[in-house]
Design a protein around this ligand. Structure first.
Ligand code: ATP
Length: 490
């Protein structure tokens, strides 16, 4: 985004959003494994956690919110919602770790909206400076847009007005929309700091700060921006706001950093991984050589037919290259990565969502958070260099109790450092570990460290001590993956 402010003026204005209820509340069905969520082990640490709720009735949502939850097809809360909603309603700060696709978004949106309604938040109106009650940040443009659409859905028919700002779109357009009124501001960090810097957003009334994909928001790429945000003039101190963090992964070093942003008595919510980090995703590995990957991808796609498939690659150049190759081979393919214009990125996602293209070639920019119905396959054409990234990528399938498949190309020359962590992930998910993978993990050639496979949670509260050595070794800091080609943030 920063680069764009120095480049040609961005004039893209996204298409107007549909206003009809059917489109706003369109949702996909939860899967056969949704009820298994009930058996998942949950651990809340920190002092005096409030009691979990078992039903949405217990969440004591106002009538309109309750209706919107129903219209969204939610019948019972997921574990992160059962625990997260009362924690947030009780005014506590929260660091929440729960499996991909298990409903983290509603876990923070619903209690925030409920509190805003309960406290009689005034309908916002036109003003040259807006003072939102809540700010939500996320690492990519498409993800923040998706969160905004969820906020708009749950706030439907209430006086709460959500607004979104992100890079690659005309700033003028977004500011005009912002100034019409804003209670909940969703943004990617660059554009958010931009509108704050321009004086269009004041922070004096801020009560909630939400970091989605919090570990990403606090890694090397974004941490300075987050510190700038909380240090901005008017920003209430952490004692005077509620700070909420959500992710499926929390490296230990990031947790310790995160504590700077939270009240000291924050609660850590870990939704367990009984049955695995992603037990709803069948994970397979194919040993390949660098030069055989392309043909193997084609063979694989022939067996999957028109099933919706995301293919992750390591670099933007590679994304273009593979997408072009597949198009030449008559596979209906589109692509998303950081060098494409925002118009193209949004078009690609739309074409993939409606099934006009059944293959989406993507860099890590699409690894986190995106909730696309019926993604049946994830292919790691290139494995990421970080295990957390792997967890997020394969989490694009197998969402909300649905099942999915992830196939990863494993090139022993390039991917050895990931072997041990992969063995851990597979055994946690109670899936078969290929013997060659196990061998390469423990042959001594595989670097990286060993995580005891019986650990029940993807992350544990760093304040508990003792776990630190294992966890730090397990999750390499995401920052290690940063290089010129890294495309995981805006
Ligand atoms: N209680 C519920 N009942 C039915 N569907 C739900 C419920 N909660 C969430 N969903 C749906 O499940 C899907 C996944 O939710 P969401 O995108 O919030 O997952 P997430 O935990 O944030 O995943 P990620 O880690 O990938 O960001 C969404 O389509 C959402 O609407």
């Amino acid at each position: 985004e920063e680069i764009l402010t120095h480049g040609p003026k961005v004039t893209y204005v996204p298409p107007t959003l549909p206003e009809d209820e059917d489109s706003i509340f369109a949702h996909y069905e939860k899967g056969i494994n949704f009820d298994k969520y009930d058996d998942i082990l949950v651990d809340v640490s920190g002092s005096n956690p409030p009691q979990a709720i078992m039903t949405f009735e217990e969440a004591a949502l106002c009538g309109t919110l309750r209706k919107n939850v129903n219209k969204s097809g939610y019948i019972k809360p997921t574990p992160v919602q059962k625990h997260g909603i009362p924690i947030i309603s009780a005014g506590r700060d929260l660091m929440a770790c729960a499996q991909t696709g298990s409903g983290k978004t509603a876990a923070f949106l619903l209690p925030i909206l409920q509190q805003l309604m309960a406290n009689g938040t005034a309908a916002s109106s036109f003003s040259e400076q807006q003072e939102p009650d809540a700010i939500i940040v996320a690492p990519t443009r498409e993800l923040i847009n998706q969160i905004y659409l969820e906020a708009r859905k749950f706030a439907f028919g209430t006086c709460v007005r959500p607004v979104v700002v992100y890079g690659g779109v005309s700033t003028g357009h977004q500011i005009r929309d912002l100034l019409k009124g804003c209670n909940v501001l969703c943004g990617t960090p660059g554009r958010l700091m931009d509108v704050i810097g321009k004086g269009k957003v004041g922070l004096a009334k801020l009560r909630y700060l939400v970091m989605d994909e919090a570990d990403r928001m606090l890694d090397m790429g974004f941490e300075p921006e987050m510190r700038r945000l909380v240090g901005s003039p008017g920003m209430p101190s952490r004692e005077n706001r509620q700070t909420l963090m959500f992710s499926a992964t929390y490296p230990e070093d990031i947790q310790r950093l995160a504590a700077d942003f939270l009240k000291t008595d924050y609660l850590f919510l870990a939704v367990g991984v009984v049955g695995g980090a992603c037990s709803d995703v069948e994970q397979t590995f194919i040993q390949v050589t660098k030069f055989s990957k392309r043909e193997q991808l084609l063979d694989l796609l022939k067996t999957t037919g028109t099933a919706r498939t995301m293919v992750f690659v390591g670099t933007k150049r590679q994304a273009d290259f593979i997408a072009t190759y597949l198009c030449q081979e008559k596979v209906l393919t589109t692509s998303i990565h950081g060098d494409r214009e925002q118009r193209e990125r949004e078009q690609a996602l739309a074409d993939f969502r409606i099934g006009k293209c059944h293959v989406l070639v993507a860099t890590s920019v699409a690894a986190r958070g995106l909730d696309i119905p019926d993604v049946q396959h994830v292919v790691n054409f290139d494995l990421p260099n970080n295990i957390d990234e792997y967890v997020h990528r394969i989490g694009r399938t197998g969402r909300c109790g649905n099942t999915g498949r992830a196939v990863s190309f494993y090139d022993p020359c390039a991917d050895n450092q990931l072997a041990r962590s992969l063995v851990t992930i597979l055994s946690k998910a109670q899936q078969e570990v290929p013997s060659w993978l196990e061998e390469s993990a423990f042959s001594g050639t595989g670097s990286g460290s060993f995580q005891p496979p019986r650990e029940r949670f993807a992350s544990t509260d760093s304040r508990k001590g003792g776990s630190f050595k294992d966890m730090a070794a397990w999750s390499q800091p995401a920052a290690l993956g940063v290089n010129d080609e890294d495309d995981a943030w805006e």
